[in-house]
Design a binder for this molecule. Sequence first.
Ligand code: RP5
Length: 162
Amino acid sequence: MGDIKVGIIMGSQSDWPTMKEAADILDQLAIPYEAKIVSAHRTPDRLWEYGKTAVDNGLHVIIAGAGGAAHLPGMMASKTRVPVIGVPVQTRALSGVDSLYSILQMPRGFPVATMAIGAAGAANAGLMAAGILALQDMALAERLDTWRQSLSDSIPQEPSDD
Ligand code: RP5
């Protein structure tokens, strides 16, 4: 697996438009990652294998997104000590509140760092992963600081009608 320290996993192809927001952030910050479909319900053996090998494969952070009965992030956190950042994917039936509660309410001992519902949460998951990796990577820390500064700089002082 080489230099890949971030794994982005998601329960379904249908989660990719959301999870791509995390990938886009990692691309902007030149952080290599892998993206895989790993479903807690449809491919449980794949989930188990991914969790079992995560440390040996050199992963430092796993970003896990799922919708509805979103067990993927929690199950992954139960299988590996690699920190798991959970992204609740927005659903049609319950607007992602189902995903949020499924990911957030972990029992003591097996934490998932839960982000906001949907695209903003996925982007923030990428930034959270970057912040964790930047603790031990000064070049990345500088790229992240620059990214944050340019976001701040892009915010106008006053509102406009356009
Ligand atoms: C979950 O079920 C996935 O994470 C996805 O958000 C949701 C719906 O999946 P599809 O029916 O679109 O494949 O497992």
